[in-house]
Design a protein. Structure first.
Length: 212
């Protein structure tokens, strides 16, 4: 004989109800695991018994499933409810306007304006920030000037400038490192010019004594 159809209604007997709860709960968790594995789905199951005891299962974590559920539900409500969507964009506009005001205030302070409300520490931080920015600007400017000068020298002198720069670099490296360099060094001897000077006076003879 086939199994009779079970009527779905509350079980009055507490013992039978508890046994059925345990069996059905285990079967539900088993089916949830199979669904997550077979279909690569993110599954979460939360069960509270009649006595208030919590049972849960999640293929990732219960927290992750709940956060994803709340986010998805909120997005769905915003799409289906025009009023909620308008409120959402109003909040976005207010936040962007606040960020813009903060950036404009910082820009004015960088320009030396609206400094009355700043403390000594705030002014010191602003000064340090300006000095750091100025140092970076000067460094970049100096590098660009050096590059332009080198490019002009290459255009004017051609290979002679390149060879001269390489020779100077080789000489500098050779002398600084203390190693022998293969670059020839031309040394010129310099002799001091003979200076005019008066010959020493002859000794004056007085009697037998010679005075020098």
């Amino acid at each position: 004989m086939g199994r009779g159809k079970i009527v779905i209604r509350r079980i009055d007997n507490s013992t039978s109800r508890q046994v059925t709860f345990s069996k059905r709960r285990n079967g539900l968790v088993k089916k949830a695991k199979e669904l997550a594995i077979l279909c690569d789905a993110e599954v979460g199951v939360i069960i509270f018994s009649s006595t208030g005891k919590l049972y849960d299962f999640a293929s990732t974590s219960i927290k992750s499933v709940i956060e994803r559920y709340n986010k998805s539900k909120e997005e769905h409500q915003q799409l289906t409810n025009p009023i909620s969507e308008v409120k959402f964009w109003q909040r976005e506009v207010a936040m962007l306007r606040q960020q813009l005001q903060s950036l404009q205030e910082n820009h004015r302070q960088m320009m030396g304006e609206e400094l009355s409300g700043l403390t000594v520490k705030d002014l010191q931080d602003l000064e340090n920030q300006l000095e750091t920015s100025l140092h970076g600007v000067r460094t970049r400017k100096d590098q660009l000037l050096i590059d332009e000068i080198q490019e002009l020298n290459r255009k004017v002198y051609g290979n002679r400038y390149v060879n001269g720069a390489n020779t100077a670099a080789a000489l500098t490296n050779g002398f600084s490192s203390g190693e022998d360099s293969h670059v020839p060094v031309h040394l010129h001897l310099w002799q001091p010019q003979q200076q005019n000077y008066d010959p020493p006076a002859r000794p004056m003879i007085l009697g037998r004594l010679q005075l020098h």
